[in-house]
Design a protein around this ligand. Sequence first.
Ligand SMILES: [Zn+2]
Length: 542
Amino acid sequence: MRKIPVLILLILLSVQMVVAQEAIKKPKLVVGIVVDQMRQEYFYRFGERFGEGGFKRFTEQGFMMTNAHYNYIPTYTGPGHASVYTGTTPATHGIIANNWYVRSLNRSIYCAEDSTVTNVGGTPENGTISPRNMLTTTITDELRLSNGKRSKTVGIAIKDRGASLPAGHLGDAYWYDSENGEWMTSTYYYDSLPSWVSGFNTKKVPDSYLSQTWNTLFPIESYVNSFPDNNDFEGPFIGKDSPTFPYDLAALKENNGGYGMIASTPYGNSLTVDFALAALEGEKLGQRGVTDFLAVSFSSPDYIGHRFGPSSVEVEDNYLRLDRDLARFFDHLDKTIGAGEYVVFITADHAVAEVPSLMVSEKMPAGNFNSGTALGQFRGFTNAMYGEGNWVLNFSNEQIFLNRELAKDKGIDFEKIQREVAEHALRLKGVKESYTATDLRRAEFGLHRPHLLQMGYNHKASGDVLLVLEPGWLVGGQRGTTHGSGYSYDTHVPIAFYGWGIKSGKSATYATVTDIAPTLSVLLGIRMPNGTTGQPITAILD
Ligand SMILES: [Zn+2]
């Protein structure tokens, strides 16, 4: 009899302790930052001109993993954002590309497409967006699930996929309408815009940015770590003969996407910070006695990076200006939430390849792979081998989708077709390796390119023959560049944490972007996303 009160007392005490621990041991806010297209090396190449309050918070006060990589192919924006927030790769979360061919529909779908929803704010063509194609939970979902959905989660990006995938299935997402310059959402989230969003839209902030001239932050001759501003490797805007500063946006915008042009300038980052701060205020994030999550993705570095390439003055200037925008963002968080009361991580959804034509002009191996020509080759080969027929249904993201039904009808072994097409593909210039779906299902690849391919291979959604191009090769045009490969120039990205619960330091231990979500799970004391394959980063947590 005497034991019971003691037991009850112990239970009460432990409940009190748990409550007390929870009250002390959680940050007020988690800020996730994904820079769309950022190489780890930018911290070093541009670092000497970073100010004190932006990127340097991560290198000087935070913890940086200097050898962090994507661990799958293809390294695109949709899969990148999904992988950061789900802690797993396309093999599991199902976002296998930005767009991919779906056999049952006989068409390609967009990663964040959802025909069952419509626009709220913005314009209809930009409103059919939700995270429904993502097959697992996110760290943002798990935070909400951990406390009866008292935590709020807000995803923000100019690109819809950069907002909706990080916000997860349970969060709110807002993206930028390139048609009318509004921030918008879809009926997946809301039936009408929250008043702070419509209030922000009435200020017409994009108009003021688009009336400016983008010039370099410092004298242009001081950009010595980049190639000369005028060269043949960068894509000029329409209406301007050369890819050179200054850029008069008021004059250029009409022929370069109107409101959408802001995405191709550093002002897209400024606008994103403006809107993130409006969300902080409008939703009172981090100011409600429970941990909230603000997931911000900066889309502009990707638009600028594609057009001008990683060695351009434009990319360098974008990062110097993004540094200032981050400082403004963090200073505001210090004031509103309190320094040390919030935790931030920064990463990228992929890095980027050097412009192939620049590589070639410098006598380095590189090239452009023409998908259309390759598709013609595969069609010619299959017709010659197996008789006239629609053997190749689709070729996209370096994956060949073959016609299983036709093979069955004609009584031809489907695996044999896969093998022969894969063998044939090796004849094409620029193709380094080829794998069949059967290889990827039956064998387990632990290392190198086939491992990365396997981590990106989804049994239900991926193609029948998967190609790996040579280093430096990509599907693109004569000017500008892209990303998507499993080579280090595309996979090596920043992973750094700063703020609440984070000691300062750095580590060159190999880490992957799928480790970010489980690291946050341990830090926050919540479940890992339900498809997690990454591991908590012990260098940061121990
Ligand atoms: Zn891109």
